[in-house]
Design a binder for this molecule. Sequence first.
Ligand code: SF4
Length: 151
Amino acid sequence: MTEDRPASANSDDPAAPWYREGLSFNCTQCGNCCTGGPGAVWVSDAEIEAIAAHLGENPLGFRTLHTRQIGGRRSLLEHANGDCVYLSPATRRCQIYEARPVQCRVWPFWPELLETPEAWQAASRRCPGIGRGDVIPLEAVEVAAAKMALK
Ligand code: SF4
């Protein structure tokens, strides 16, 4: 269970978000956020190039073989069960961690999870990193959320 709570009323700004005091998060590397679905892992052209370089593959070949078009964007492929194809079944670790897309880097600070304390609490049931460790300050949370909002 997360220890993050709606902020106490110690801010003078009535427009401050409920997580104005920051949010605790420390990834346990369980891999849960890379599983289940179906979903999409959005990748930009620059991210495709970075992942292809990390894997030693041709960017165009990588784009063709390992991504799919969804609307106007591209997503990494996933297995039929929704698991990311780059989650190692053996180690439960990301095989492209150093080159992972922004979407993965900024989890769990996605706008939809920050909308309400309830949404954050619901996410904590799948992500044991939520509510653990040091408090990530409001400013850093909002920078991460803004990056996700641009995806
Ligand atoms: S679900 Fe949470 S704790 Fe597990 S790997 Fe993903 S971010 Fe880390």
